[in-house]
Design a protein around this ligand. Structure first.
Ligand code: NOJ
Length: 603
């Protein structure tokens, strides 16, 4: 424990407040709804659109600006809806188009914008185009919509190149011709049931412009673009020996002083300057993708400047990611470098500063995110010995996260995130402090990565939400059915168990979101407060001072701070001094310093 308060060494401005015309997406807090697991209205154990509509009041009350809906389109659900068979309809599992319209209308009545998912890299194998392609001959226009190739080897028995699927196994599958003989191969960077589209084909481009207009006409406010860095492949599809992953720890490593890698994964090599072979292969981040987004930008602009595109692109370095948000392309890109950071003040400072600076070069808002439907929830990730960084699934045989420490750090990380200028994404359930379900039995796991890659998959963060402590399935569905089992102890996370309890994570999120709005943090400027205390991150956003203590020791607070909100209750000592507990973030304002006393924070 430190007896003295940290001294202010210097303050250093990083970015200025955003002026000029502000669109909602410049500063928005956007809540990700995963339709399968949000709320089930018909009792089949699968969440649905009417269930979401009925619960939209929760989002309005929480204080977010918008929701992003993961896919609800017609789909065989081979990848939980990221395998779309019809981009213009709703899967019966989730409801009807009329239900989608009703959801949009209700959200807009409540002042919430709605962003929908767009999956342009691949379709489902059940899509009429792919079915037609299988029926058609090699070289036909039907096959030209996808990436069909002849195999290598004497009889075409070897795949056209050596690419691997992100989900494990080869990225090519062979077709069977009508006469039963083996035919051409098709590319699927993900599951065998997700054939990649050919973005060199104008018919594909025209189709997606039309899909954008279909949903814009229905009133959506934006699109989250799946695998935005994958649409265009390098000419000739050259061999590449690397292995692609969705989010790698390396994404946090650039230009920062990351702590030593302690997870034993020796293929993480980028920090020592070697080339990271995972996500820079000839299938990713090709210059041609930018033409697609310029084209889409123009389509959205027809509907007004308040429509937005957000890229899901696992691209590093961040300077490459910034290219996706140049002012005639997308409007935002997810910042996975922040998500993949360790709970480590100096590392996070490096990531934050670099993110803000690269986005400033193109005038785009920086985004912040800590959890989504593909990674271990941050309340569990941060409770592992690696304190974040590791986004790989955790299973029953793995070291289990420390739930208390994880939640404590998660609240602290969230409070830091919500203080940052730009736009922030929340993943459903994090406002309840939900941990990852780390002990799901193998037989209930649906994620296709389990069968292809032999891993644990991503279902642990997709478990249906607990709404009511005493209801069947904790209020997720009227019958008590739930497509994934909820852990027994989840009553304590239920919304109704937290409402009105000032110490609950839910009420904490509400206060944070209200204060973020009151202080206009989303459009504010950022300055570092350099402290002489390693492990404590200090920053100012306008009037607000933020201290994030990432160490395991409490720190005495400077006296000229007026606490507003902290992620863990502050400690008050008998002499009246306030202490910032371990793993805690504080939002405060400055008290006017007495004459002659050194003020805290920027002048
Ligand atoms: C990224 C999505 O977030 C993930 O859930 C999906 O499996 C892949 N893209 C493939 O569409």
């Amino acid at each position: 424990m430190s007896a003295s308060a940290p001294a202010i060494c210097t303050t250093r401005p990083i970015s200025v407040p955003r002026t000029g015309t502000l669109q909602w997406w410049h500063t928005a807090v956007i809540y990700q709804v995963y339709p399968r697991s949000f709320a089930d209205s018909d009792g089949d154990g699968m969440g649905d659109l009417p269930g979401i509509t009925a619960r939209l009041g929760h989002l309005a009350r929480l204080g977010v600006d918008a929701l992003w809906l993961s896919p609800f389109y017609t789909s065989p659900q081979a990848d939980a809806g990221y395998d779309v068979a019809d981009y213009r309809d709703v899967d019966p599992l989730f409801g009807t188009l009329a239900d989608a319209d009703a959801l949009l209308e209700r959200a807009h009545q409540l002042g919430l914008r709605v962003v929908v998912d767009l999956v342009p890299n691949h379709t489902s194998d059940a899509h009429v185009w792919f079915q037609a392609a299988l029926e058609a001959a090699p070289g036909s226009p039907e096959r030209e919509r996808y990436l069909f190739r002849d195999g290598r080897g004497e009889n075409g028995e070897l795949p056209p190149n050596n690419w691997l699927s992100v989900f494990g196994g080869p990225a090519w599958s062979r077709t069977t011709d009508a006469d039963g003989t083996p035919g051409q191969w098709y590319l699927h960077l993900f599951d065998v049931r997700q054939p990649d589209l050919n973005w060199g084909n104008e018919e594909v481009s025209a189709e997606f412009r039309d899909v954008l207009r279909f949903w814009l006409d229905r009133g959506v406010d934006g699109f989250r673009v799946d695998v935005a860095h994958g649409l265009v492949k390098e000419e000739g599809l050259p061999d590449w020996a690397g292995h692609s992953s969705m989010i790698s720890e390396h994404e946090s490593g650039e230009e920062t002083s990351a702590p030593a890698d302690d997870d034993g994964d020796d293929d993480e090599q980028a920090d020592d300057g070697e080339v990271d072979l995972r996500n820079n292969g000839p299938m990713w981040n090709q210059p041609g993708v930018h033409e697609v987004y310029r084209d889409w930008h123009a389509v959205l602009a027809e509907y007004g400047a308040d429509k937005m595109l957000v890229a899901e692109a696992w691209v590093s370095p961040l300077t490459d990611l910034a290219k996706y948000v140049r002012d005639d392309e997308m409007h935002q890109a997810f910042n996975f470098a922040f998500l993949a950071s360790h709970w480590h003040a100096e590392e996070m400072r490096g990531v934050i500063e670099h993110s803000v600076q690269v986005n400033d070069t193109v005038g785009a808002p920086t985004t912040w995110v800590l959890s989504n439907h593909d990674v271990v929830r941050h309340a569990s990730r941060l409770g592992l010995p690696s304190a974040g960084g590791n986004v790989e699934p955790v299973g029953p045989d793995d070291l289990q996260p420390d739930a208390e420490l994880g939640l404590r750090r998660a609240r602290a990380a969230t409070l830091l995130m919500l203080a940052l200028p730009g736009s922030a994404y929340l993943y459903q359930g994090e406002e309840l402090g939900l941990p990852e379900h780390t002990t799901l039995p193998p037989e209930v796991r649906e994620d296709p990565t389990v069968a292809r890659g032999g891993g644990l998959g991503r279902d642990g963060c997709r478990v249906p939400l607990p709404w009511e402590a005493a209801a069947p399935a904790f209020g997720f569905s009227p019958t008590g059915a739930s497509w994934l089992p909820q852990p027994e102890g989840w009553a304590r996370y239920a919304l109704d168990a937290q409402k009105g309890d000032p110490s609950s994570t839910y009420e904490f999120y509400r206060r944070a979101l209200r204060t973020r709005r009151d202080f206009a943090l989303g459009s504010g400027g950022l300055a570092w407060i350099d402290l002489d205390r390693p492990g404590v991150l200090g920053l100012a956003n306008g009037e607000l001072v933020v201290l994030a203590n990432t160490t395991g020791e409490q720190v005495r607070l400077p006296e000229d701070l007026e606490p507003l909100l902290s992620s863990t209750e502050l400690d008050k000592h008998t002499d009246g001094a306030l202490f910032l507990p371990a793993d805690t973030t504080l939002w405060a304002t400055r008290v006017h310093p007495e004459p002659g006393r050194k003020p805290f924070g920027p002048d």
